[in-house]
Design a protein around this ligand. Structure first.
Ligand code: PMP
Ligand code: PLP
Length: 538
């Protein structure tokens, strides 16, 4: 990869919304031109004297970069799959961070700068780190890509909508999607246009179909010029898009002149194929060896970002520290063409100004002084294995609670292998008699992220019939029954991009997160799910 060999971004200014276009350069900008002049007496800003900041020094104890192992230990016994804590018995080891108010080198993280008014582009060392990270990890296919901080991907998406869309515009997205993305755009007058998905996420065929047959009059809006997509560990379906599909979709977006907003919080949680427990234990040693792989091998093992295909600058990638450091850090960044970046900067100046100085300085110190680029990559590798262990563990419990059979295809997953769960009582040789059996639930084992998307086969639910008086859907009834038994998961309807279509359908889906409970709790949860479903289909 050589950035110098990449072309420059093309002019995409016709995508800016009226609001996006109208933002003025801040009148204060002229002042900032002189602020760095050595010896200048600056009395221009309404800036408090740092002497009055009550914080003299910030201390933090932070985990070391290799706190979590990057893969199975070579000596791992089969029993260690049942660790209480996923991280095993390793002790928490920390390093002390100290951030003083003043530093000899004003470029080093310090509170006098971090807690002062700053620019919407963020702290300088953080900007540098992010730029290096994007260059090395994502390797954008155009040379003048620009990075700029935001306050998490929720903020990033909200700024993108306002900068690109006028009321009445359509936004293309997966048929099941992150609810806040739609909830943020709809009140501004945008319409969500849903595109079908399969186990790789958004379908390029359906996208082409929608775009090539777009009828402005029938649809009541112009052909959409913005797409919102979650390509890795898609929320809620857990699908992971490979590079072939990404290239197909990117090429369609070139053909139909569409800006892709890639919201990608789960990029480093690419867990790979699920291997059932007995096979996994047998291959444990090989896995342990491959866990020793280098930084570069780890990065190569990840599906490339849309940035890698983007030779025009039509991708706005949203990165967040929410899933890799902590959601409360409220910190992330855009990678996009310089024109859009300048508009986001103007927008930042009049909304958040900049992410919180406390947050920026702590994350900057951790990334640049404690861990460094390689250390952060090592940290991400550890996280990837943690989520892989959790994914494996919960799917193992499904195999204990149900008769799971791997079957090709279904109307939901367009011909991909699904894990279909039959009632536990269907004894061997159930494989042979399967055609006579009704499955309870099915899912495609997720290859990234923190979610399992369950399809409930409602024709096997006998407890309720359409003759029931109340007009609650069966999905809702099952969801309530689960909650009353002590298991809260997300009902499918909240993720529907097309709310009208969803209201008419009587499909059942649930999203289960495997990200934050211990193994025994997971076991209990799958137990509750199983007993409720077994009861409802008895
Ligand atoms: N409003 C007024 C009238 C101000 O003078 C200032 C700071 N100079 C601000 C808003 C900005 O406030 P904040 O730092 O809380 O965004
Ligand atoms: N986008 C997606 C697809 C998510 O799943 C989430 C978190 O649940 C977010 C954005 C929120 O990100 P942030 O905390 O960076 O605002």
């Amino acid at each position: 990869y050589s950035i110098e060999k990449c072309p420059k971004s093309i002019d995409l200014s016709h995508h800016l919304s009226d609001v996006g276009n109208a933002r003025q350069v801040s009148p204060l900008k002229g002042l900032f031109k002189y602020i760095k002049t050595p010896g200048i007496i600056s009395m221009a800003g309404g800036v408090p004297d740092p002497a009055y900041f009550p914080f003299e020094t910030l201390y933090a104890d932070t985990l070391i970069k290799d706190s979590f192992r990057p893969g199975p230990a070579e000596s791992q016994s089969p029993l260690s799959w049942f660790w209480n804590l996923f991280r095993g018995s390793e002790k928490v080891q920390t390093d002390r961070i100290t951030i003083p108010k003043y530093t000899a080198n004003p470029e080093d993280p310090n509170l006098a700068v971090a807690l002062q008014y700053g620019t919407a582009t963020g702290l300088v060392p953080l900007q540098k780190f992010i730029q290096e990270f994007v260059t090395k990890v994502y390797q954008p296919a155009y040379s003048d890509f620009t990075t700029i901080v935001h306050v998490g991907n929720t903020d990033g998406w909200s700024r993108a909508v306002m900068t690109l869309c006028n009321p009445g515009d359509g936004i293309l997205t997966e048929e099941w999607t992150y609810p806040s993305a739609c909830a943020g755009a709809r009140p501004l007058g945008m319409h969500v246009v849903s595109v079908k998905i399969d186990d790789e996420g958004m379908s390029s065929e359906d996208l082409e179909q929608i775009l090539s047959t777009w009828d402005e009059e029938a649809r009541g809006m112009k052909r959409p010029h913005v797409m919102y997509t979650v390509p890795c560990g898609q929320n809620p379906t857990g699908s992971n898009m490979g590079s072939k599909r990404k290239t197909e979709i990117y090429n369609l977006c070139v053909k139909y002149d569409i800006i892709i907003v890639e919201d990608d919080p789960y990029y480093f949680m690419q867990e790979g194929e699920y291997t059932p427990k007995h096979l996994r234990l047998a291959s444990g040693k090989a896995k342990a060896m491959s866990a020793q792989n280098t930084e570069n091998e780890f990065l190569k093992g990840l599906v490339p970002s849309y940035l890698r295909m983007d030779y025009q600058g039509r991708v706005i990638r949203l990165d967040t520290f929410s899933k890799t450091i902590a959601p409360g850090s409220r910190l992330g960044w855009f990678t996009c063409n310089p024109l859009f970046a300048e508009r986001f900067e103007r927008q930042g100046e009049t909304t958040t100004q900049a992410p919180s100085g406390f947050s920026q300085v702590l994350v900057t110190q951790l990334l640049t002084q404690q861990w460094g680029y390689s250390g952060y990559i090592r940290w991400l590798k550890g996280l990837q294995y943690q989520y892989t262990l959790r994914r494996d563990t919960i799917l193992d419990y499904f195999a204990e609670e149900f008769n799971v059979s791997q079957e090709p295809g279904s109307e939901l997953w367009n011909g991909h292998v699904v894990h279909v769960c039959y009632a536990k009582s269907t004894r061997a040789p159930f494989m042979k008699e399967k055609s006579a059996l009704k499955p309870l639930i099915s899912y495609v084992p997720p290859r990234a992220g923190m979610f399992i998307w369950l399809k409930v086969h409602l024709d096997s639910i006998t407890k309720y019939t359409s003759l029931d008086e109340d007009d609650e859907t069966t999905e809702k009834k099952i969801w309530v029954a689960l909650a009353e038994r002590g298991l809260l998961i997300s009902p499918g309807w909240i993720f529907a991009a097309n709310t009208e279509e969803e209201a008419l359908s009587n499909e059942g889906h649930f999203r289960i997160s495997f990200s934050n409970v211990e193994a025994e709790v997971m076991k209990k949860a799958v137990g509750i799910l199983s007993s409720v479903l077994h009861e409802f289909s008895a």
